[in-house]
Design a protein around this ligand. Structure first.
Ligand SMILES: [Zn+2]
Length: 164
C-alpha cells in the first residue's frame, strides 16, 4: 500500500520519534513493506523514515541501488562512529517537495541498529549510503534539511538530487 508522505511544514516532521521495543519489531513488517512500496513509487527516492508517513518510530527504509532491488530496513539506528572527512552534496527530501540544498555530511559512518528480524546489525556505509543514513536519522530527531542546507551554486543546479 502506498502511504502518503507528510509535507513540510507539518508539525509531525519536527517531533522526536520514539525507540521501538524489540518485542514490537515483528509487528512492523507490514509498515516496512508499505514504506518500501511508497519509496519505490517515487522515482528518485532513496530513503524514507517512519515519521515521514506519520509514524513516530525510530525506523527507516532505504535502497540506493540503481536497479532498486537492494532494500534495507533499520530500526533504532545509532551512529556509533564516523570519519572526520565531510562532503557537501545536493540533497532533496520527500517531505520538502521542490527544495534542493547543499548539505554537509560525514563521508563514512557506522550505524548500529536492529533489522526486521529483531537481530542486532552493524552497517558500515560510505558515499551516498552514508549520506542517506544521516539524513534519515535526522528525521527521527525532527531535523530536516531546511535546517542545515546551503543554497545550491548555479553551476550545480539541475544536477538531479537524490531525495530521501
Ligand atoms: Zn527527508
Amino acid at each position: 500500500m502506498i502511504l502518503s508522505v507528510l509535507q513540510q511544514p507539518d508539525p509531525r516532521l519536527r517531533e522526536k520519534s520514539g525507540e521501538v521495543q524489540p518485542a514490537d519489531i515483528p509487528g512492523l513488517k507490514e509498515l516496512a513493506l508499505n514504506m518500501l512500496e511508497t519509496l519505490y513509487s517515487i522515482g528518485n527516492g532513496v530513503g524514507l523514515a517512519a515519521p515521514q508517513v506519520g509514524r513516530p518510530l525510530r525506523m527507516f527504509v532505504y535502497d540506493v541501488s540503481s536497479d532498486r532491488n537492494q532494500p534495507g530496513v533499520l530500526i533504532n539506528p545509532e551512529i556509533i562512529s564516523h570519519n572526520n572527512a565531510t562532503a557537501k552534496n545536493i540533497e532533496g527530501c520527500l517531505s520538502c517537495r521542490g527544495f534542493e540544498g547543499l548539505v554537509e555530511r560525514y563521508t563514512k559512518v557506522t550505524v548500529r541498529a536492529f533489522n526486521l528480524d529483531g537481530k542486532r546489525a552493524t552497517v558500515k556505509a560510505d558515499g551516498l549510503l552514508a549520506r542517506v543514513f544521516q539524513h534519515e536519522i535526522d528525521h527521527l530527531d525532527g531535523v530536516i534539511i531546511l535546517d542545515k542546507a546551503e543554497p545550491v551554486p548555479p553551476e550545480q543546479q539541475g544536477a538531479g538530487a537524490r531525495v530521501v
